[in-house]
Ligand binder design. Structure first.
Ligand code: HXC
Length: 268
Protein backbone atom coordinates (compact mmCIF):
# COMPACT_ATOMS: atom_id res chain seq x y z
CA UNK A 1 0.00 0.00 0.00
CA UNK A 2 1.29 3.44 -0.88
CA UNK A 3 2.46 5.69 1.95
CA UNK A 4 0.39 8.82 2.63
CA UNK A 5 3.57 10.56 3.82
CA UNK A 6 6.02 12.49 1.66
CA UNK A 7 9.03 10.49 0.52
CA UNK A 8 11.41 12.92 2.27
CA UNK A 9 9.65 12.77 5.68
CA UNK A 10 12.79 11.24 7.26
CA UNK A 11 15.36 12.55 4.81
CA UNK A 12 18.92 12.56 6.14
CA UNK A 13 18.03 10.67 9.33
CA UNK A 14 20.04 7.70 10.57
CA UNK A 15 18.01 4.99 12.30
CA UNK A 16 19.18 1.97 14.31
CA UNK A 17 16.57 -0.76 14.79
CA UNK A 18 16.90 -3.77 17.08
CA UNK A 19 14.88 -6.66 15.72
CA UNK A 20 14.75 -4.66 12.50
CA UNK A 21 15.50 -7.64 10.25
CA UNK A 22 12.21 -9.48 10.47
CA UNK A 23 8.49 -9.07 11.09
CA UNK A 24 7.23 -5.67 12.19
CA UNK A 25 10.79 -4.42 12.70
CA UNK A 26 11.72 -5.09 9.10
CA UNK A 27 8.67 -3.23 7.81
CA UNK A 28 9.64 -0.23 9.96
CA UNK A 29 13.19 -0.47 8.54
CA UNK A 30 11.79 -0.52 5.01
CA UNK A 31 9.37 2.35 5.48
CA UNK A 32 11.91 4.50 7.32
CA UNK A 33 14.25 3.84 4.37
CA UNK A 34 11.51 4.61 1.83
CA UNK A 35 11.04 7.96 3.57
CA UNK A 36 14.71 8.93 3.31
CA UNK A 37 16.44 7.39 6.34
CA UNK A 38 19.64 5.34 6.38
CA UNK A 39 19.14 2.07 8.22
CA UNK A 40 21.28 0.06 10.65
CA UNK A 41 19.81 -3.21 11.88
CA UNK A 42 20.91 -5.10 15.00
CA UNK A 43 19.99 -8.74 15.41
CA UNK A 44 21.22 -12.10 16.64
CA UNK A 45 20.89 -14.08 13.42
CA UNK A 46 23.42 -13.33 10.67
CA UNK A 47 21.35 -14.88 7.88
CA UNK A 48 18.31 -12.76 8.83
CA UNK A 49 20.45 -9.63 8.92
CA UNK A 50 22.08 -10.41 5.56
CA UNK A 51 18.73 -11.00 3.85
CA UNK A 52 17.23 -7.84 5.34
CA UNK A 53 20.18 -5.68 4.34
CA UNK A 54 20.20 -6.94 0.76
CA UNK A 55 16.43 -6.37 0.46
CA UNK A 56 16.80 -2.81 1.70
CA UNK A 57 19.75 -2.13 -0.59
CA UNK A 58 17.82 -3.49 -3.57
CA UNK A 59 15.29 -0.72 -2.86
CA UNK A 60 18.11 1.83 -2.93
CA UNK A 61 18.10 2.28 0.85
CA UNK A 62 21.52 2.75 2.53
CA UNK A 63 21.58 -0.17 4.97
CA UNK A 64 23.97 -2.08 7.20
CA UNK A 65 23.55 -4.98 9.62
CA UNK A 66 25.34 -5.62 12.90
CA UNK A 67 25.16 -8.87 14.83
CA UNK A 68 24.42 -8.45 18.50
CA UNK A 69 22.24 -9.43 21.44
CA UNK A 70 20.47 -6.63 23.33
CA UNK A 71 21.02 -8.60 26.54
CA UNK A 72 24.74 -7.87 26.29
CA UNK A 73 25.81 -4.35 27.19
CA UNK A 74 29.03 -4.72 25.21
CA UNK A 75 27.04 -5.67 22.09
CA UNK A 76 24.75 -2.68 22.52
CA UNK A 77 27.71 -0.34 22.89
CA UNK A 78 29.58 -1.86 19.94
CA UNK A 79 26.57 -1.68 17.60
CA UNK A 80 25.67 1.90 18.52
CA UNK A 81 29.29 2.94 17.95
CA UNK A 82 29.51 1.00 14.67
CA UNK A 83 26.33 2.68 13.43
CA UNK A 84 27.72 6.14 14.17
CA UNK A 85 31.04 5.20 12.59
CA UNK A 86 29.27 3.94 9.46
CA UNK A 87 26.72 6.72 8.95
CA UNK A 88 28.31 9.60 10.90
CA UNK A 89 25.55 10.07 13.50
CA UNK A 90 22.44 8.56 15.08
CA UNK A 91 19.00 10.20 15.00
CA UNK A 92 16.52 7.41 15.68
CA UNK A 93 16.62 4.30 17.87
CA UNK A 94 13.83 1.73 17.51
CA UNK A 95 13.68 -1.00 20.15
CA UNK A 96 11.85 -3.85 18.45
CA UNK A 97 13.79 -6.89 19.67
CA UNK A 98 11.56 -9.19 21.71
CA UNK A 99 11.44 -12.75 22.97
CA UNK A 100 8.23 -14.67 23.35
CA UNK A 101 6.56 -18.02 23.89
CA UNK A 102 3.22 -19.20 25.25
CA UNK A 103 3.37 -20.86 28.65
CA UNK A 104 1.18 -20.97 31.75
CA UNK A 105 2.49 -19.16 34.81
CA UNK A 106 2.58 -22.49 36.60
CA UNK A 107 4.86 -24.03 34.01
CA UNK A 108 7.07 -20.98 33.45
CA UNK A 109 10.41 -21.16 35.23
CA UNK A 110 11.72 -18.01 36.89
CA UNK A 111 14.55 -18.11 34.39
CA UNK A 112 12.04 -18.16 31.52
CA UNK A 113 10.37 -15.08 33.03
CA UNK A 114 13.76 -13.42 33.45
CA UNK A 115 14.86 -14.24 29.89
CA UNK A 116 11.97 -12.28 28.38
CA UNK A 117 12.43 -9.43 30.87
CA UNK A 118 16.11 -9.34 29.91
CA UNK A 119 15.42 -9.15 26.18
CA UNK A 120 12.41 -6.83 26.13
CA UNK A 121 12.78 -4.59 29.19
CA UNK A 122 16.44 -4.55 30.19
CA UNK A 123 17.45 -4.76 26.51
CA UNK A 124 15.37 -1.70 25.67
CA UNK A 125 16.86 0.28 28.53
CA UNK A 126 20.40 -0.86 27.67
CA UNK A 127 20.03 0.26 24.05
CA UNK A 128 18.58 3.62 25.11
CA UNK A 129 21.37 4.10 27.62
CA UNK A 130 24.13 3.31 25.11
CA UNK A 131 22.53 5.53 22.45
CA UNK A 132 22.01 8.51 24.76
CA UNK A 133 25.37 10.25 24.14
CA UNK A 134 24.64 10.30 20.40
CA UNK A 135 20.95 11.24 20.63
CA UNK A 136 21.31 14.23 22.95
CA UNK A 137 21.21 17.67 21.44
CA UNK A 138 24.79 18.71 20.79
CA UNK A 139 25.91 15.05 20.61
CA UNK A 140 28.30 13.84 17.88
CA UNK A 141 26.90 14.82 14.46
CA UNK A 142 23.98 16.77 15.98
CA UNK A 143 23.26 20.49 16.25
CA UNK A 144 22.95 22.04 19.68
CA UNK A 145 19.26 22.71 19.10
CA UNK A 146 17.69 19.33 18.48
CA UNK A 147 17.83 15.90 20.03
CA UNK A 148 17.00 12.51 18.55
CA UNK A 149 14.06 10.14 18.80
CA UNK A 150 13.44 6.79 20.49
CA UNK A 151 10.59 4.41 19.64
CA UNK A 152 9.88 1.43 21.89
CA UNK A 153 7.61 -1.33 20.62
CA UNK A 154 5.44 -2.86 23.34
CA UNK A 155 1.98 -4.51 23.26
CA UNK A 156 -1.51 -4.17 24.71
CA UNK A 157 -1.32 -7.44 26.68
CA UNK A 158 -0.69 -5.75 30.00
CA UNK A 159 -3.59 -3.26 29.74
CA UNK A 160 -5.74 -6.10 31.03
CA UNK A 161 -4.43 -9.64 31.55
CA UNK A 162 -3.44 -12.21 28.96
CA UNK A 163 -3.45 -15.99 29.13
CA UNK A 164 0.00 -17.64 29.09
CA UNK A 165 1.79 -14.32 28.62
CA UNK A 166 2.68 -13.32 32.19
CA UNK A 167 6.36 -12.86 31.31
CA UNK A 168 5.65 -10.80 28.19
CA UNK A 169 2.96 -8.73 29.89
CA UNK A 170 5.35 -7.87 32.71
CA UNK A 171 8.14 -7.12 30.25
CA UNK A 172 6.04 -4.88 28.03
CA UNK A 173 4.63 -3.03 31.07
CA UNK A 174 8.23 -2.26 31.98
CA UNK A 175 8.93 -1.10 28.43
CA UNK A 176 5.99 1.33 28.61
CA UNK A 177 7.19 2.65 31.97
CA UNK A 178 10.66 3.10 30.49
CA UNK A 179 9.18 5.04 27.57
CA UNK A 180 7.36 7.47 29.86
CA UNK A 181 10.23 7.99 32.29
CA UNK A 182 12.81 8.57 29.57
CA UNK A 183 10.42 10.94 27.81
CA UNK A 184 10.26 12.97 31.00
CA UNK A 185 13.97 12.95 31.85
CA UNK A 186 15.56 13.02 28.40
CA UNK A 187 12.86 15.17 26.81
CA UNK A 188 13.51 17.79 29.45
CA UNK A 189 17.28 17.53 29.62
CA UNK A 190 18.26 16.63 26.06
CA UNK A 191 15.34 17.32 23.69
CA UNK A 192 15.00 13.61 22.96
CA UNK A 193 11.45 12.47 22.23
CA UNK A 194 10.64 8.97 23.50
CA UNK A 195 7.44 7.30 22.37
CA UNK A 196 5.97 3.82 22.02
CA UNK A 197 3.73 1.84 19.75
CA UNK A 198 1.57 -0.97 21.14
CA UNK A 199 0.65 -3.22 18.22
CA UNK A 200 -2.39 -5.46 18.29
CA UNK A 201 -2.44 -8.75 16.38
CA UNK A 202 -0.51 -8.19 13.18
CA UNK A 203 -0.74 -10.75 10.41
CA UNK A 204 2.22 -12.51 8.88
CA UNK A 205 4.63 -11.97 11.78
CA UNK A 206 6.69 -14.37 13.93
CA UNK A 207 4.66 -13.21 16.95
CA UNK A 208 1.32 -14.19 15.40
CA UNK A 209 2.39 -17.57 14.12
CA UNK A 210 4.08 -18.38 17.41
CA UNK A 211 1.53 -16.96 19.83
CA UNK A 212 -1.85 -17.23 18.21
CA UNK A 213 -2.47 -20.69 16.85
CA UNK A 214 -5.31 -20.74 14.31
CA UNK A 215 -7.83 -22.35 16.69
CA UNK A 216 -7.28 -19.62 19.33
CA UNK A 217 -7.41 -17.03 16.60
CA UNK A 218 -10.84 -18.21 15.44
CA UNK A 219 -12.28 -18.28 18.96
CA UNK A 220 -10.99 -14.80 19.66
CA UNK A 221 -12.58 -13.51 16.49
CA UNK A 222 -16.01 -14.72 17.62
CA UNK A 223 -15.69 -13.08 21.05
CA UNK A 224 -14.22 -9.78 20.02
CA UNK A 225 -16.45 -7.42 18.04
CA UNK A 226 -13.50 -5.34 16.94
CA UNK A 227 -11.25 -8.27 16.05
CA UNK A 228 -9.41 -7.87 12.84
CA UNK A 229 -5.78 -8.40 11.97
CA UNK A 230 -3.58 -5.40 11.39
CA UNK A 231 -0.73 -5.31 8.92
CA UNK A 232 2.93 -4.58 9.41
CA UNK A 233 2.33 -1.50 7.26
CA UNK A 234 -0.10 -0.12 9.86
CA UNK A 235 2.61 -0.21 12.50
CA UNK A 236 5.27 1.20 10.19
CA UNK A 237 3.08 4.16 9.21
CA UNK A 238 2.49 4.97 12.89
CA UNK A 239 6.26 4.80 13.34
CA UNK A 240 6.90 7.17 10.42
CA UNK A 241 4.38 9.63 11.86
CA UNK A 242 5.95 9.57 15.32
CA UNK A 243 9.53 9.80 14.02
CA UNK A 244 8.84 12.60 11.56
CA UNK A 245 8.28 16.28 12.24
CA UNK A 246 4.54 15.55 12.19
CA UNK A 247 5.06 14.05 15.64
CA UNK A 248 7.30 16.81 17.00
CA UNK A 249 5.00 17.61 19.96
CA UNK A 250 4.38 13.95 20.82
CA UNK A 251 6.51 12.77 23.73
CA UNK A 252 5.92 10.01 26.27
CA UNK A 253 2.96 8.64 24.31
CA UNK A 254 2.31 4.97 23.70
CA UNK A 255 0.09 4.65 20.66
CA UNK A 256 -2.01 1.50 20.52
CA UNK A 257 -2.35 0.42 16.90
CA UNK A 258 -4.80 -2.42 17.28
CA UNK A 259 -8.06 -1.35 15.65
CA UNK A 260 -9.47 -0.77 19.15
CA UNK A 261 -9.20 -4.46 19.97
CA UNK A 262 -8.03 -4.16 23.57
CA UNK A 263 -11.26 -2.29 24.35
CA UNK A 264 -13.39 -5.21 23.16
CA UNK A 265 -15.58 -7.32 25.37
CA UNK A 266 -17.75 -10.23 24.33
CA UNK A 267 -21.13 -8.99 23.05
CA UNK A 268 -23.16 -10.98 25.59
C1 HXC B 1 8.57 -22.49 28.53
C2 HXC B 1 10.62 -21.67 27.88
C3 HXC B 1 10.25 -21.75 26.50
C4 HXC B 1 8.93 -22.24 26.22
C5 HXC B 1 12.26 -20.97 26.62
N1 HXC B 1 11.87 -21.18 27.89
N2 HXC B 1 11.29 -21.29 25.75
N3 HXC B 1 9.79 -22.04 28.88
N4 HXC B 1 8.13 -22.61 27.26
N5 HXC B 1 8.50 -22.35 24.96
C6 HXC B 1 12.67 -20.98 29.09
C7 HXC B 1 13.77 -22.01 29.15
O1 HXC B 1 13.31 -23.24 29.68
C8 HXC B 1 14.80 -21.34 30.03
O2 HXC B 1 14.46 -21.46 31.40
C9 HXC B 1 14.65 -19.88 29.66
O3 HXC B 1 13.34 -19.73 29.06
C10 HXC B 1 15.69 -19.45 28.65
O4 HXC B 1 15.59 -20.29 27.52
P1 HXC B 1 16.69 -20.32 26.36
O5 HXC B 1 16.25 -21.27 25.33
O6 HXC B 1 18.05 -20.52 26.99
O7 HXC B 1 16.65 -18.83 25.87
P2 HXC B 1 17.18 -18.20 24.52
O8 HXC B 1 17.92 -19.22 23.71
O9 HXC B 1 17.89 -16.98 24.91
O10 HXC B 1 15.83 -17.86 23.73
C11 HXC B 1 15.07 -16.74 24.03
C12 HXC B 1 13.63 -17.05 23.75
C13 HXC B 1 13.39 -17.40 22.28
C14 HXC B 1 12.77 -15.88 24.16
C15 HXC B 1 13.29 -18.24 24.61
O11 HXC B 1 12.11 -17.95 22.11
C16 HXC B 1 13.53 -16.28 21.32
O12 HXC B 1 14.44 -15.49 21.34
N6 HXC B 1 12.63 -16.18 20.35
C17 HXC B 1 12.78 -15.33 19.15
C18 HXC B 1 12.14 -14.04 19.29
C19 HXC B 1 10.62 -14.06 19.08
O13 HXC B 1 9.92 -15.02 19.38
N7 HXC B 1 10.12 -12.94 18.54
C20 HXC B 1 8.70 -12.76 18.35
C21 HXC B 1 8.28 -11.77 19.34
S1 HXC B 1 6.58 -11.44 19.15
P3 HXC B 1 15.15 -22.61 32.36
O14 HXC B 1 14.53 -22.39 33.70
O15 HXC B 1 14.79 -23.93 31.76
O16 HXC B 1 16.63 -22.33 32.37
C22 HXC B 1 6.18 -10.38 20.36
C23 HXC B 1 4.75 -10.00 20.37
C24 HXC B 1 4.33 -9.62 21.77
O17 HXC B 1 7.00 -9.98 21.10
C25 HXC B 1 2.88 -9.21 21.76
C26 HXC B 1 1.94 -10.32 21.47
C27 HXC B 1 0.52 -9.87 21.17
Amino acid sequence: MESPFKADALKGKVALLTGGGSGIGFEISTQFGNHGASIAIMGRRKNVLDDAVSSLRSLGIPAVGFEGDVRKKEDAQRVVEATVKHFGKLDILVNGAAGNFLVSAEDLSPNGFKTVMDIDSVGTFTMCHEALPYLKKGGPGRTSSSGGFILNISATLHYTASWYQIHVSAAKAAVDATTRNLALEWGTDYDIRVNGIAPGPIGDTPGMSKLVPEEINNNVREDMPLYKLGTRWDIAMAAVYLASDAGKYVNGSILPVDGGLWLSKPRH
